[in-house]
Design a protein around this ligand. Structure first.
Ligand SMILES: Cc1cc2nc3c(=O)[nH]c(=O)nc-3n(C[C@H](O)[C@H](O)[C@H](O)COP(=O)(O)OP(=O)(O)OC[C@H]3O[C@@H](n4cnc5c(N)ncnc54)[C@H](O)[C@@H]3O)c2cc1C
Length: 462
């Protein structure tokens, strides 16, 4: 179950002469998440960081979602959602079951997060974010925008000061300063603002404290504002509300505050940890079950919780394949090779037993490590090519306009044609050349309170 770091590694290493493998996942590719933030701004292309599951061959794949497991009958119930929300369910038998379904972003049930915030978990999230950033710059460049409106549109708030939030902030700041400032003279860079809000008293809490201090200094120099001890209590269509009632207007909120259990994890009746993860023993076997294994973000080894990282999930995937192939009977042991994150302006923070630092050298190591970790040769060639392309020509600033088009379609395709009911005998009126109305500063951008119910609904759907 799943095509993430854990399951995909098991799939790559499992001996298909011993097992008839079936993969079920709503995602038909593996996603190289450490480089996902780079795709939100176009440093890398979306397709350069994915690996199609069907290329692996020698297994069956079904694009569906598992919704239940029956360990007595040894079956998994799966569901496919049709065009109009109709469901198609089917059941698959198993001898051995590997659960690697990851987690979903934790919203802490904060009002407005699901509806108005952007997440950074999947490729479609990155695509949405990229479209939104460029849309904000286009909208801020309209001739009748006031400075105040520009500032609101060009303020991007990132909630969560973990590696994902920081990396996204770094990529975003590079994009603003290097590319958008060149192509959007009417959206001047001094009106642009990136703010990272962190609930605890420090960012990048998993890293060495001295390294974090250096990193914070570097990040501040890139123009990214960091506010620690700051709790968000609500997200509105164009603002975040803090626990002290302060409302921060912004054009986009990106939510990156860690993991919570997804619907399947909630539905499964296996023993769970306090973090609502499936409890497994040292062989990654689900507690009380003989042939069910769980790994990665959705699992926790009792008494030794590990960080929710790709490194752990991949190591577990590798181990599980060896265990199932009969190559090992030893318990799983995790040996960390270190942690790292990009912080912007060709600098990274790296904390490993071999090297500790923040700066250019860490950044070169960061890139080299991830390049070697890409599995597909095509991606190994494409990614460095795109790094060079971005370095020389900068990032692309066009948008496919999916979200904007949807809004226009909704407005104009539902509007009645005013000529429809006119009598056919009516003489056509003389067309006068249309004159472009002079831009006035009186056209105000919609404020959240002015948004109609339809617009709110639209924002939700988008
Ligand atoms: C933007 C970002 C950057 C990151 N950077 C790093 C990094 O630099 N280093 C690092 O170590 N970690 C990083 N991580 C964390 C890392 O990606 C996760 O820890 C890792 O993906 C966990 O792997 P997994 O196999 O448990 O789950 P995932 O990789 O999340 O995969 C879960 C899979 O399960 C599928 N699935 C979900 N529900 C169902 C269902 N009901 N039925 C069937 N399939 C289902 C999903 O479609 C997906 O294929 C990053 C994460 C993000 C989001």
């Amino acid at each position: 179950m799943g095509t993430g770091w854990g399951s995909f590694k098991t799939l790559s290493k499992i001996d298909t002469s011993k097992y008839d493998v079936t993969v079920v996942s709503p995602r038909n590719h593996f996603l190289f998440t450490p480089l996902l933030a780079s795709t939100t701004v176009g440093t890398l292309d979306f397709r350069s960081i994915i690996d199609p599951v069907r290329r692996k061959g020698q297994h069956h794949y079904y694009m569906a979602r598992c919704i239940d497991v029956n360990t007595k009958d040894k079956t998994v119930t799966c569901e496919e959602l049709g065009d109009f929300g109709e469901t198609n369910t089917f059941t698959l038998p198993y001898n051995k079951l590997v659960i690697g379904v990851g987690c979903k972003a934790n919203t802490f049930n904060i009002p407005g997060v699901e509806e108005y915030a952007y997440f950074l978990k999947e490729l479609h999230d990155a695509r949405k974010i990229r479209g939104r950033i460029i849309e904000l710059f286009e909208r801020a460049s309209l001739p009748n925008r006031t400075v105040d409106e520009k500032r609101k549109l060009l303020h991007i708030v990132i909630v969560g000061g973990g590696p994902t939030g920081i990396e996204f902030g770094g990529e975003l700041s590079d994009f603003f300063w290097r590319d958008l400032s060149r192509y959007f003279p009417d959206a001047p860079i001094h009106e642009v603002c990136i703010t990272i809000l962190e609930a605890s008293n420090k960012i990048l809490s998993a890293f060495d404290e001295n390294l974090v201090k250096q990193a914070v200094r570097s990040i501040m120099k890139t123009g990214v504002h960091i506010r620690t001890d700051t709790l968000v209590k609500e997200v509105k269509p164009n603002a975040v509300v803090l626990s002290d009632g302060t409302e921060i207007p912004c054009g986009m909120v990106v939510w990156s505050t860690g993991n919570g259990p997804n619907t399947l994890m909630q539905a499964l009746r296996f023993p769970k940890s306090r973090a609502a993860k499936i409890l497994v023993d040292e062989h990654l076997r689900v507690q009380g079950e003989e042939d069910v294994y769980a790994l990665g973000d959705c699992a926790e080894m009792e008494g030794q919780p590990l960080p929710a990282t790709a490194q752990v999930a991949q190591a577990q995937g590798h181990y599980l394949a060896s265990l199932l192939n009969g190559k090992t009977q030893n318990p799983f042991v995790f040996i960390s090779v270190g942690i790292m994150a990009y912080i912007g302006r060709q600098k990274s923070i790296m904390d490993s037993k071999y090297f500790k630092g923040t700066g250019l050298l860490s950044w070169i190591l960061w890139r080299s490590v991830y390049l070697t970790r890409l599995e597909l040769v095509k991606n190994k060639c494409q990614v460095p090519f795109e790094w060079v392309r971005t370095f020389i020509w900068g990032r692309d600033v066009t948008t496919f306009g999916d979200q904007i088009t949807k809004r226009y379609q909704k407005k104009y395709m539902t509007q009645k044609n005013p000529l429809e009911n006119k009598p056919a005998t009516e003489a056509p009126t003389q067309q006068t050349p249309s004159t472009q109305p002079a831009p006035t500063a009186s056209t105000k951008e919609e404020t959240p309170s002015q948004l109609t119910e339809t617009t709110k609904e639209e924002l939700k759907n988008n």
